[in-house]
Design a binder for this molecule. Structure first.
Ligand code: UDP
Length: 315
């Protein structure tokens, strides 16, 4: 059993990771400032004897007496992360600095950092391998998230170069599933809420832009797999893409949801947001080799599971 800190524990992804780690017998410390997370996501965990919740902010302090840190703290949906760009950028950057300080004195602590496909920006290489440096607009509305996540990678890899510690950087591609905030503005949550309310689904642009959606249980599996890697300040062998390579145009997501609901859905179009990436699909060769990662939940199955959660929450 390890003592593991999850930052962003009350968020969508963080809370699923907490539940999985508790199920595996670990002691889990959850840190969250509840900016986008909610205690409701931790409903079950909060009653668990091996779970401890701490209201706090990664920008200021990180509990140090742990064996591993899963760093998930940061607003992650475009609507949320653009609402307060300063908070978004500083959460990524200062959070990484706090982690770098922690491993300076405790180099045996494993750091598993949640990065993002957004480091590739609007990619010119498709699908995206980890070796691609990306095409990010540094002054656009998405920059607070993209550049924050990029600099967090820089800070952690520099710290590792200075003094090695066990480090994994996972670049996540569009995770979805139960517990996504209903109003977080992401395409899966927006579409499901609109469909269940009988309102038209809002497709931005023509909906030809593609995404590769990964069900949350698969993403969580990749995080957990890092605990099976050899301990010690091993050589850092680069970031790892984590996602499901099943790529679809956004407009086709409407059909997937319509099929699950067994009813045709009305669509309305809105302007494409600035700097919206036109295509995105992970090359997961490294994740397969390093983590034994193999996403197993199809988009249809994942949407079915997510729908049953949204049905309970959408009135
Ligand atoms: N999108 C859409 N309708 C919505 C919300 C999003 O068509 O109601 C599009 C958005 O423009 C993007 C894709 O769906 O091309 C995924 O958006 P999301 O905010 O979920 O995540 P992103 O991958 O852009 O961070």
């Amino acid at each position: 059993m390890a003592r593991i800190l999850v930052t962003g524990a009350a968020g969508f992804l963080g809370s699923h990771l907490v539940d999985r780690l508790l199920g595996l017998g670990h002691e889990v410390l959850g840190l969250d400032n509840l900016y986008t997370g909610s205690r409701d996501n931790l409903r079950e965990a909060l009653t668990h004897p091996r779970f401890h919740f701490q209201l706090g902010d990664v920008r200021h302090a990180i509990p140090a007496s742990v064996d591993a840190v899963f760093n998930l703290a940061c607003p992650a949906s475009p609507v949320h992360y653009q609402a307060d760009p300063h908070l978004t950028l500083t959460t990524s950057a200062l959070g990484a600095l706090r982690l770098a300080e922690l491993v300076e004195t405790r180099p045996t602590v494993r750091i598993v950092h949640a990065s993002t496909s957004e480091v590739y920006g609007d990619p010119e290489v498709h699908p995206q391998p980890e070796s691609y440096w990306g095409k990010v607009n540094p002054i656009g509305p998405r920059a607070c998230y993209d550049e924050g996540k990029r600099v967090a990678e820089t800070i952690l890899v520099d710290a590792h170069r200075r003094r090695p510690f066990p480090l994994q950087i996972l670049r996540l591609f569009n995770t979805y599933g139960p517990r996504m905030a209903l109003e977080d503005g992401r395409v899966v949550s927006n579409f499901l809420v609109s469909a269940l309310r009988g309102e038209p689904l809002t497709v931005y642009g023509a909906g030809e832009q593609t995404r590769s959606f990964c069900y949350v249980d698969d993403t969580v599996g990749a995080f957990v797999a890092t605990l099976g890697l050899p301990p010690g300040p091993a050589h850092f062998d680069g970031p790892i893409n984590v996602g499901n390579p099943e790529e679809i145009p956004v407009r086709n997501l409407v059909d997937v949801i319509a099929k699950e609901l067994g009813t045709p859905l009305e669509v309305t179009h809105r302007p494409l947001p600035v700097d919206d990436p036109r295509q995105r699909r992970p090359d997961i060769t490294r994740a397969r080799a390093r983590l034994g990662f193999s996403p197993s939940i199809s988009l249809a199955e994942g949407i079915r599971r997510t729908l049953s959660d949204f049905r309970r929450r959408v009135s």
